[in-house]
Write a protein that binds this ligand. Sequence first.
Ligand SMILES: Nc1nc2c(ncn2[C@@H]2O[C@H](COP(=O)(O)OP(=O)(O)OP(=O)(O)O)[C@@H](O)[C@H]2O)c(=O)[nH]1
Ligand SMILES: [Mg+2]
Length: 305
Amino acid sequence: MEADSDQAGIKEGFRSGFVGIIGAPNVGKSTLLNSILGEKVAITTPKPQTTRTEIRGILTGQNFQIVFVDTPGIHYSRRLLNKKLVRAAERAVKDVDILLFLVDITNRNRKEEAAVLELITKLKKPVILVLNKIDKVAKENLLPVISEMSGMYPFQAVIPVSAKYSDGIDELLDEILKHLEEGPQFYDSMTTTDQSVEKIIEELVREKIFLMAEQEVPYSTAVKVEDVRVDGDKMLIRAIIYVERPSQKGIVIGKHGKFIKKVGTLARMELEKIFDKRVFLDLWVKVLKDWSRNEKALRRLGFQD
Ligand SMILES: Nc1nc2c(ncn2[C@@H]2O[C@H](COP(=O)(O)OP(=O)(O)OP(=O)(O)O)[C@@H](O)[C@H]2O)c(=O)[nH]1
Ligand SMILES: [Mg+2]
């Protein structure tokens, strides 16, 4: 009998598994995911709390498939949205096979590190410690961090990387592959992310706002796609940018609509490349009062518990 090659079956010698990427906000988790895949599937910005939901990125090789699970950064905050982000991260890594604990060696936050350590201790899974942003430090500064952190948890390995400049990624992949067991192919080999078309659009629009807006505006912004229509080589999108207060609505629209126009142009240019279509992006700004602190509003925007 021939080896079973359908998706549910396991091909002989095929290894697969789920790998969770966790750490404090802004350490480079999403950048690492993109770097591993060689493709942008998760938005990244210099601001913390960019990622708000679990995002899967899938790497398929000849004899393996790794499903990476990017997560929101672990942090402390009293705001309901932030609490939900942390809960989403905890939920996302509950069922993974291996964890990557990512640390920004240029900006360590002991309190958040302790929270991640507490989480991984509870989960009892193999953990690889990944020290990121090594492009920003001299090699000799790495050693004290490695020896200090090695004593904190029985890590399977400690791998220094630069997610931004794709340094150390092969070493990291080799280490991950060592821990993968024989398993099925969960996604077809062409699939690189589990996100819907709507989600990809929402995230890209939000990324542009995160990059362009200051102070609290990014943290008061959520994006919802209302309608996507494909008409031949055209893609017609209508999306709403939710803010929390009328003053923020003014900022996001900008003088003579300049701000929102720039957001639309930047997002559109990237979407045209992703979907290989002419994109018409119709953006609206609405106030959903204090949505980040309101259970009902959060649920309406897709944040579950
Ligand atoms: N110099 C340098 N910068 C990096 C590296 N990796 C990530 N960054 C930068 O760090 C910032 C945060 O990166 P993200 O990938 O968005 O971080 P994150 O951990 O996903 O953040 P949250 O989603 O907010 O938890 C961005 O400005 C990245 O360009 C690196 O290896 N070197
Ligand atoms: Mg992120």
